[in-house]
Write a protein that binds this ligand. Structure first.
Ligand code: NDP
Length: 404
């Protein structure tokens, strides 16, 4: 009886951030009452939590607890986590909150998982150094922190880990390819938080080759890629955060690049917005107020979660991997295709939120079941990819391997 009670308490989960991704995580956790037997959703805007709780009640009959929190405040987070006493916190707020949430987890003795690495609000620069600096603290406290468990980063890292462990003797080249061939019907909208999305895309391009980083002007390199189930699309070279950890955990790697598609309409809007200064992150004085142009732009753009209604088409995301097996050169693609309409029918989300939220919920489950539980701060490719991939299809994201 005592053991049963302990197990039940250990599967309490706290999800922070009630946006597009957070909503999917809550719905997917709610589908698994044997693993997540108590779920609390907390966010800055309380009404968004109750709205998601209402949708979960309607779809699954389960009750979700809701709380208001400012995740920029370690004190508020410590009070909330102490009150809920979860086994793990799933961070689906913004990258700006990663360090405060990790700090609060350390203070309260709770493990941690997220989908995007830390980025300081005042500088458009994301890297793992700030979170990797917590390795010793998490190890000393016997707590697990799992970084970047969305789709990319997340599933793409796990595909590479699977290729490293089960397919190749040596991986030499990786191209991560990400296509959203969907149509949401808006002239300009972003599929995840507009501020984070635009900061990422307007950055300098970067890739890793022969032991060093190579830089390119933003969106200056492109090529046509044949995406599974979508066909040929022009994709642009971007710097993406999983490259930073994969160069460390894929031995023998000679080059890694990340490619993402954008429609002509999206790129034209972005160019105009950049040219008139609307993507800036430095405060501008306007009629006696300080305004950050990109934050103001975010307020005008559609909420990513709201795009799900009427969104048609598919996402096609995967890894093209080339290397050597038994002395022979081989090239494979490992990928998932996800339909916006199907995601909307299932959990009321568009496919970009869905493909991020499903892995985050499954990663938390891997921790709770003791499969991905080890003290320290880890990127997902440092865990065994097999148990995760064995369940990914059944949780909603079937994946495939093909020879190229
Ligand atoms: P949204 O903007 O839809 O949601 C973010 C949520 O976090 C909002 O509900 C917001 O509250 C809440 N939030 C923001 N600041 C705070 C705060 N200080 N305290 C409490 N709550 C806060 O973004 P998405 O759901 O699209 O994205 C969520 C995360 O997922 C981002 O970090 C994004 O980078 C990541 N992501 C990762 C992907 C991957 O494949 N790895 C792909 C897509 C996204 P409010 O409603 O008040 O604004």
């Amino acid at each position: 009886m005592q053991t049963m009670l302990t197990e039940m308490i250990m599967s309490r989960v706290l999800i922070i951030g009630a946006g597009g991704v957070g909503s999917v995580v809550v719905h997917k956790c709610a589908e698994k009452p044997d693993v997540f037997n108590e779920i609390t959703l907390a966010s800055r805007t309380y009404d968004k939590c109750t709205e998601i709780a209402g949708s979960v009640r309607e779809r699954t009959g389960r009750e979700i607890q809701t709380e208001q929190v400012n995740a920029d405040s370690v004190d508020e987070l410590v009070n909330l986590i102490s009150k809920i006493r979860p086994a793990i916190v799933i961070n689906t707020a913004l990258p700006y909150q990663d360090l405060t949430i990790m700090e609060a987890c350390l203070n309260t003795g709770v493990s941690y998982i997220d989908t995007a690495n830390y980025e300081p609000p005042e500088e458009a620069k994301f890297e793992y150094s700030w979170q990797w600096a917590y390795r010793e603290k998490f190890t000393d406290k016997g707590l697990t922190a799992i970084l970047g468990c969305g789709f990319d980063p997340g599933v793409t890292n796990i595909f590479c880990a699977y290729a490293r462990d089960k397919i190749f003797d040596t991986i030499e080249y990786i191209d991560i390819i990400d296509c959203n061939a969907g149509d949401h019907g808006h002239p300009f909208a972003t599929n995840f938080n507009p501020e984070i999305n635009i900061r990422e895309i307007t950055q300098e391009g970067r890739y890793w080759e022969e032991g060093g980083w190579k830089f390119t002007p933003p969106l200056s390199e492109s090529r046509v890629i044949d995406f599974p189930e979508v066909g040929e699309r022009r994709a642009y070279l971007l710097y993406h955060e999983e490259e930073e950890s994969l160069v460390q955990y894929i031995p023998g790697l000679k080059r890694i690049k990340f490619w993402m598609t954008f429609s002509e309409e999206y790129l034209t809007h972005l160019r105009v917005l950049e040219n008139v200064g609307m993507t800036g992150i430095k405060p501008v004085e306007f009629e006696g107020h300080e305004v950050i142009p990109l934050k103001f732009l975010k307020a005008l753009l559609p909420d990513p979660a709201s795009l799900s209604i009427g969104y048609k088409g598919k996402t096609s995301i995967g890894c093209i991997i080339e290397g050597v097996k038994d002395g022979r050169r081989i090239k494979k693609i490992i990928y998932n295709v996800c339909e916006h309409e199907k995601a909307n029918r299932e959990v009321g989300a568009q496919a970009v939120s869905y493909t991020t939220g499903v892995p985050a919920a499954l990663g938390a489950e891997m921790y709770l079941r003791g499969i991905w539980k080890k003290p320290g701060v880890w990127n997902v490719e440092q865990f065994d990819p097999v148990p995760f991939l064995e369940e990914l299809g059944e949780r909603g994201l079937p994946w495939h391997i093909k020879d190229l």
